[in-house]
Design a protein around this ligand. Structure first.
Ligand code: CP
Length: 332
């Protein structure tokens, strides 16, 4: 049986992310990262995007550093891209297999962290289903260790937010004149929260959050966004449409949530429905996709889709973040 651990709720304290000199030590949330820092991170990430048809960008800027990837929840994109990002920067990368780790014998998360810390891990990349875990770990590690949030319950997924911002900037060039529509299970989506926080900081023109009423966010949580339950209203003239899957793993009861056919009919993003959006609108999805439920398969593979670009940008963004926190350690 696993040890029962209590984490202080959603305690992503903004100040915890920064060293005494103001540099980024941990990345726990996009909340509290100002516009200049977000733009800097996007510019840094751009350096790691290979030219069209070019080879992956590599450097030795993290040679001598050790990164541990600790995914206490499933992942394909985030885990693989953090792994590649660390290796392409020359770091030693440890991918802990949680399913065969001593967590399964009841070891606490902190004892797991202290064990890796004793092996001189510098950067720990953490995904966990519980709110508050990355900040809880960040409070307990030694001064020379950085924590990167790779997905925290329904609260935050900051590197996903950054890769979404980078993709939008590459495709649209700016944020101020854009209407962005995020569609789906907003209530349980850490992706929506991080994207919304970043878009708000970068001064997006209009942000619409569209979902069935049973999956809508608390209206007070993101007062800068409009909340809608009618997809056609939400898509009208949108420049960017981001589809989200229903986060079944975070939903206790499916009461009030439409079945698959009804969901696609009312909230699925299709080529036909995209006629309502701007003529040059792009479609995004953080993955994993449920084709035919939240997004039409042909649309996901169409020229309007930025989904593959999002995945590619995930490596670049994670390289930029790893380099940033590694540099912060050198200055402190
Ligand atoms: N977008 C995202 O976090 O995907 P994975 O769960 O595959 O990492």
């Amino acid at each position: 049986m696993q040890a029962i651990e209590a984490f202080p709720g959603n305690d992503n304290e903004v100040g915890l992310q920064f060293s005494a000199d103001g540099s980024l030590r941990h990345l726990l949330s996009l909340k509290g990262l100002d516009k200049a820092l977000l733009v800097d991170l996007l510019d840094d990430a751009e350096r790691f995007v290979p030219p069209p048809g070019g080879k992956a960008v590599r450097s030795r800027s993290l040679a001598g550093r050790t990164i541990a990837n600790l995914f206490f929840e499933p992942s394909t994109r985030t885990r693989a891209s953090f792994d590649l990002a660390g290796k392409r920067l020359g770091a030693d990368v440890l991918n802990l297999d949680v399913n065969t780790s001593s967590r399964k014998k009841g070891e606490s998360i902190l004892d797991t962290i202290y064990t890796l810390q004793a092996m001189q891990v510098d950067i720990m990349v953490v995904r966990d289903a519980s709110a508050g875990v990355p900040a809880y770990i960040a409070r307990h590690v030694d001064d020379h260790v950085s924590i990167l949030n790779a997905g925290e319950g329904d609260v935050s997924h900051p590197t996903q937010g950054l890769l979404d911002l980078l993709t939008i900037r590459q495709r649209k060039g700016q944020f101020a004149d854009l209407t962005v529509a995020i569609v789906g299970d907003i209530m349980h989506s850490r992706v929506a929260r991080s994207a919304a926080q970043g878009l708000n900081t970068l001064g997006v023109g209009e942000l619409r959050l569209i979902s069935p009423p049973a999956l809508a966010p608390d209206p007070d949580e993101m007062p800068f966004a409009s909340i809608l339950d009618n997809l056609d209203d939400g898509l009208r003239d949108a420049d960017v449409v981001m589809a989200l899957r229903i986060q079944r793993e975070r939903i206790g009861s499916l009461d009030g949530i439409p079945g698959i056919d009804e969901y696609f009919a009312n909230y699925g993003i299709s080529t036909e429905r995209m006629q309502l959006a701007a003529a040059d609108a792009i479609v995004m999805h953080p993955g994993p996709m449920n084709r035919g439920i939240e997004i039409e398969s042909a649309l996901a593979d169409s020229p309007a889709s930025a989904i593959t670009q999002q995945v590619a940008n995930g490596v670049a963004v994670r390289m930029a973040v790893l380099e940033r926190v590694s540099n912060s350690m050198e200055h402190n």
